[in-house]
Design a protein around this ligand. Structure first.
Ligand code: ATP
Ligand code: MG
Length: 690
């Protein structure tokens, strides 16, 4: 049949349109790479391509859409629906609802592994460990193999996990990883190998997977040509956004699924590669065209639709100084007289007050809070601002910071659900049993050993010797596990049952239990959005909800709130006004990166990512002094700071320079804040996450 008229194509420029129509009319289009700078419409083009394929009869159930976060996947499907609605009308919603294979590599991996697990020796009821759980398990194993006792200077659990993770993701032997990134641990190579072997064994015995396993097992599964063909055959089209931040395992998975590259579309920007600390491989995107035969088609885009010319000129100036890059400078037709501003303030307290005041001014001027964002290099940089915003009752939502799920009480309740799902998950079991009064590691261990690999968990629990001092709490515990395992309550009623079991412990353990109880009620609401316990646990672990200023949980959709985000988590997004905090040496580039060429280059790209989030208004803030946290040798202290090295003086003409507060010649400015208030608010905010 002739292609349907596609009015949405008229809104695209020629290069975008070529990308959207690439391979039109063929059932298996050759591989396509769209590589282009920030704001040039890569994500938008990808959404149009998906919509265009659907409009022309492609089956959305046979598409896999891989994005950097679940939020990005949801946003993408929403766009696809809007575009397809042009042609399909109401039917568009049905089609986009069928785009169920959209999400992160990890999330989709987890789903596939439930299907293909048995072939890999995985039981489908596996539970997933987040980073903290993984570190806890690493610690348990470390005790078992005896390194922690004999050797005081053995790397800490977090370091062990980082090394392990690096080996897995970069597919490199331990010696290479130690030499390149952890030279101070090089003497421990043999012990670490032994530890990692034991860690892998423990995970298998307990039927748990960590984040890395989701990719690793997926890659292993598809290294079997039959499984690869089977999974690959379920999908006609695979799309990947932000391809510059994929690692080698991820690219090997794609190649295994589509060895000839047909049906693959990847988009990205090498100038925005910012995840090498997770073994993202910038070469992935640069080498993509050559992997396949025939080679992939490459389309570049050079017009930016997001930012005004002065913002773009300044951002181009920063990235032009990069050592190497593929994408070219961008241009835009969005004229403006307003240059981005470099704002000098005295310290972080002033920085916080400046941002708060500007944000309110912008709101008076007609911008909503949601159209504004504050970006920073490290999560703790926003501390003083969070206090200031709370003091002034300005609602905010924080991306990429401490997560709702990191709160101890939330983890406790989830541990019960995880234990019910998979009683061999020892990290969950330990956490849970030690909630009971009088139960320490030894008696917890005794119970868990008794359960072992028993299939009849309820039976094993009921004839386990009760921990000596647990009393009635032990009976309450076994009863709760019994009811939940039995499964008659159904989901999400199970969630409420778990909370009711936990409440007496909550009140005993935490003084501020009423706030925390509100979190748990919120968790129940979140739970009701998932079809089953298993999906809830999986997706929550992989992509936890973000922290908010609102103690009862994430704000409602119609509420207005300011966005606070690490630069890493701001990837792909845009706002009318953007503030970047601490644009000083020591923050961007962060201290740790100094002295390492690759590290410095990545920090430069981070600043580029931050600047290119702004549409109309960009303010980079430079406190003359800032506070550095807990570097062991030096301790917390104030340091004097200078403007980031990425904006050398020859770039200054691209900026307007300002100082704040504008000091009043008669007697300086008056500090409005009261320290007591600040401390109280800060303490309350910290307690939220404890
Ligand atoms: P990033 O590199 O930051 O991820 P991107 O290349 O993915 O950016 P998009 O987010 O897709 O860029 O697009 C940036 C902005 O430009 C969006 O607001 C989008 O709607 C707009 N845009 C893209 N293409 C066009 C076009 N042809 N006409 C008008 N607006 C466009
Ligand atoms: Mg994008």
């Amino acid at each position: 049949s002739p292609p349907r008229p596609a009015p949405y194509l008229d809104k695209l420029n020629d290069a975008q349109r070529r990308a959207v129509e690439h391979g039109s009319g063929t059932s298996a289009p050759t591989p396509l790479l769209v590589i282009a700078g920030a704001g040039s419409g890569k994500t938008n083009t990808l959404a149009h391509r998906v919509a265009h394929l659907i409009v022309n009869g492609a089956d959305p159930r046979r598409m896999m859409l891989l994005t950097f976060s679940r939020r990005a996947a949801t946003e993408m499907t929403r766009r696809v629906e809007r575009i397809a609605r042009n042609v399909l009308g109401e039917g568009a919603a049905v089609m986009t609802d069928a785009l169920t294979w959209s999400g992160t590599f990890h999330g989709i991996g987890a789903r596939l592994l439930r299907d293909y697990g048995p072939e890999l020796g995985l039981e489908p009821s596996f539970t997933i460990h987040d980073r903290e759980d993984s570190a806890d398990l690493m610690n348990l194993v470390r005790h078992d193999v005896g390194f922690s006792k004999t050797e005081e200077r053995f790397p800490k659990k977090g370091t062990c996990l980082a090394i392990y993770s690096r080996c897995v993701n970069a597919e490199q032997p331990i010696e290479t990883v130690l030499g390149a990134s952890f030279p101070w641990c090089a003497a421990w190579a043999a012990e670490l190998k032994e530890l990692f072997a034991a860690y892998v064994e423990a995970k298998q015995a307990q039927n748990v997977l960590d984040y890395d396993d989701l990719l690793l097992c997926w890659a292993q599964a598809v290294s079997d040509p039959d499984i690869a063909a089977d999974i690959g055959g379920r999908f006609d089209h695979l799309f990947v956004d932000e391809y510059q931040d994929t690692n080698r395992l991820q690219s090997s998975i794609l190649v295994a699924l589509k060895p000839d590259g047909r049906g693959l579309t990847v988009v990205g920007d090498d100038a925005q590669s910012i995840y090498s600390f997770r073994a993202a491989e910038i070469r992935n995107i640069l080498d993509f065209p050559q992997i396949f035969s025939p080679p992939a088609d490459i389309i570049t885009l050079d017009r930016n639709y997001r930012s005004t010319q002065p913002i773009l000129t300044a951002a181009n100036g920063v990235i032009e100084l990069a050592r190497e890059r593929f994408t070219k400078n961008l241009w835009t037709e969005r004229e403006s007289a307003a240059k981005p501003r470099l704002v000098n303030v005295r310290d972080e307290a002033d920085q916080a007050r400046f941002v708060a005041e500007r944000v309110l001014e912008n709101r008076e001027g007609g911008s909503t809070l949601k159209q504004q964002a504050v970006l920073f290099r490290a999560s703790h940089h926003s501390g003083p601002l969070e206090v200031e915003l709370t003091r002034r009752n300005i609602p905010f939502k924080k991306f990429g910071g401490l997560k709702f799920l990191d709160a101890a009480h939330v983890k406790d309740v989830l541990a019960l659900l995880r234990f019910v799902e998979n009683p061999r998950d020892r990290v969950a079991g330990f956490r849970l049993l030690q909630l009971l009064p009088g139960v320490g590691p030894t008696s917890a261990q005794r119970v868990l050993d008794h359960i072992g690999a028993a299939t009849d968990v309820i039976g094993a629990l009921s004839d386990a010797p009760p921990p000596p001092r647990a009393g009635d709490d032990w009976d309450d515990f076994t009863r709760a596990v019994g009811v939940l395992r039995q499964g008659s309550l159904g989901w999400p009623a199970e969630m409420e049952r778990a909370r009711l079991w936990y409440e007496p412990h909550l009140e005993r353990i935490h003084e501020d239990f009423s706030t925390r109880r509100a979190d748990l009620v919120q968790l129940e609401q979140i739970a009701s959005g998932y079809p089953s316990r298993e999906r809830f646990l999986t997706e929550l672990t992989l992509d936890p909800p973000d922290a908010t200023s609102d103690e009862a949980g994430p704000p409602h959709l119609d509420e207005d709130y300011l966005i606070l985000s690490t630069i890493h988590s701001a990837k792909g997004q845009e706002w009318k006004s953007v503030f970047v905090l601490n644009v000083v040496d020591g923050c961007i580039p962060i201290d740790l990166a100094v002295g390492e060429t690759d590290g410095i280059e990545e920090e430069r790209r981070l600043l580029y990512v931050a600047m290119t989030r702004a549409k109309d208004d960009l303010q980079l803030i430079i406190p003359q002094r800032f506070f550095t946290h807990g570097q062991a040798a030096r301790g917390d202290r104030h340091v004097y700071a200078s403007r980031t090295r990425f904006i050398p003086s020859n770039l200054l003409p691209h900026f307007e320079q300002a100082a704040w507060p504008i000091t009043n010649p008669a007697g300086g400015h008056v500090r409005a804040s009261s320290n007591t208030v600040r401390l109280d608010v800060a303490a309350r905010m910290r307690s939220m996450w404890r």
